[in-house]
Design a protein around this ligand. Structure first.
Ligand SMILES: Cc1cc2nc3c(=O)[nH]c(=O)nc-3n(C[C@H](O)[C@H](O)[C@H](O)COP(=O)(O)OP(=O)(O)OC[C@H]3O[C@@H](n4cnc5c(N)ncnc54)[C@H](O)[C@@H]3O)c2cc1C
Length: 382
């Protein structure tokens, strides 16, 4: 067993930290307030190779692993979660790399790490969240085309993406319920496509979220991911497996950033004539927070390493995502508490971290769904 990161991994982590510490603090509060995606920041991150670094070299990426991408995400979220989500502009490229035809890979992957295109994945609908098999968006075959109708809800990058992978019913009458779905790549400049940016999010407000409408959107049949019918459900489950590691790294990053702020604050703030950090009750909180973070990081490192070494374990992935989400929320809460009344105001960034942390317990599968997966893997289907 070897717990050492490779030199390459250490360099990537350090480079990501330096980039985030240099670029995010000056703009984070403003982009959060304006609820705006930081386009220039995203371009810079692409130029430096941080975005989609798991995309293979032949398709324009660096050919690194998902664990390395997660490490970069952790460093970005440590400095600012909203800005950190510039890394999600490749959300869905994992599926293209895994399942698309060579032609689709060469068309849709290279623009992403170069900062020439943004993509997203549209699964959730107004009445279909945790139960993705209850979606209503239909892609009906018509000659050489699909005609798509339906609405997708809460789609990351929805109003800024150049293309989306859309989870549709392609064969609603298939005998096997799980074979009714397809993932279709839809360019957002097609007639009948509409996106409305959603504002008023609690956190990660620099990350774009939109409602998407498809009204008779016509897409060539060749845009079906992998050109194989009936695979959409299985492809989506695979996307969750990979992205839950990325989400776990977000939980660890927001927790680490909140702890960093708390440590600084308790050393400086004086009450009863001494730094509040000298009180044992506060030292215990710091010790607990640091321990939770270590545990959550170790779990996502292991689950991520296993994905990159073809030993993927859905139970471990769900454990990593659930624990990291909980640790993010708990640590951000405690860190704000240590700031007292000052923590309640936007002048101290801990207020933003407190708001940002919650999303990790909701997207990429809620914490309840993660626990369902863990329990099912342990108990089997009862
Ligand atoms: C900021 C943001 C960005 C997002 N980005 C995307 C995106 O890019 N693409 C995309 O497709 N979706 C995206 N989502 C959607 C997200 O994945 C869903 O919100 C999430 O899966 C939960 O679905 P829901 O909101 O419909 O809640 P519901 O599924 O209605 O759940 C409501 C509550 O019931 C619980 N619950 C549901 N079923 C069970 C069960 N069987 N057992 C126990 N508890 C249960 C849930 O855990 C939750 O607490 C995003 C959401 C947000 C907020």
């Amino acid at each position: 067993m070897d717990f050492e990161l490779t030199n390459r991994q250490k360099q990537i982590r350090l480079a990501a930290r330096e980039f985030a510490e240099g670029e995010f603090p000056g703009i984070a509060r403003e982009y959060d307030r304006r609820e705006e995606f930081p386009m220039e920041l995203w371009k810079k991150a692409c130029e430096l190779g941080f975005v989609g670094l798991y995309i293979k070299k032949e398709y324009g990426g660096l050919g690194l692993g998902f664990l390395e991408q997660a490490m970069v995400m952790e460093e970005f979220w440590r400095v600012d979660p909203g800005c950190g989500n510039i890394l999600l502009t490749v959300f869905g490229s994992e599926l293209i790399q895994l399942y698309a035809t060579e032609e689709q890979k060469f068309k849709y992957l290279p623009p992403l790490p170069k900062g020439k295109a943004i993509m997203g994945t549209a699964i959730t609908e107004p009445d279909a969240g945790s139960d993705i098999t209850s979606i209503l968006t239909v892609a009906k075959k018509d000659g050489n085309e699909y005609v798509i109708n339906g609405t997708k809800q809460f789609i990351t990058n929805g109003s800024i993406a150049n293309y989306l992978i859309v989870f549709c019913l392609t064969d609603p009458k298939a005998d096997s319920r799980l074979k009714r779905f397809g993932m279709i790549i839809v360019e957002t400049d097609r007639a009948g496509f509409g996106a409305s940016k959603l504002i008023g999010k609690l956190g990660i407000r620099a990350s774009d979220t939109a409602e998407i409408r498809f009204s008779d959107v016509r897409v060539p049949r060749e845009n079906l991911l992998g050109r194989e019918e009936g695979q959409g459900f299985y492809q989506t489950m695979q996307l969750f497996n990979i992205n839950r590691i990325i989400a776990a790294s977000q939980g660890v990053g927001v927790a680490q950033g909140a702890l960093d702020k708390a440590i600084q604050y308790v050393k400086k703030r004086k009450q009863f004539g001494q730094p509040i950090g000298s009180f044992q009750a506060i030292q215990f909180k710091i010790a607990e927070m640091a321990t939770w973070i270590e545990a959550a990081r170790a779990l996502y490192y292991k689950a991520g390493w296993m994905i990159d070494h073809n030993k993927e374990d859905a139970k471990l992935i769900s454990m990593a995502k659930w624990l990291a989400g909980e640790v993010g929320v708990k640590v951000a809460n405690e860190a704000l508490q240590l700031h007292g009344g000052y923590g309640y105001f936007a002048d101290y960034d801990i207020e933003r971290f407190y708001r940002d942390a919650k999303i990790v317990e909701i997207y990429e599968g809620t914490k309840e769904i993660e626990k369902n997966t863990i329990a099912r893997e342990i108990l089997g289907r009862l």
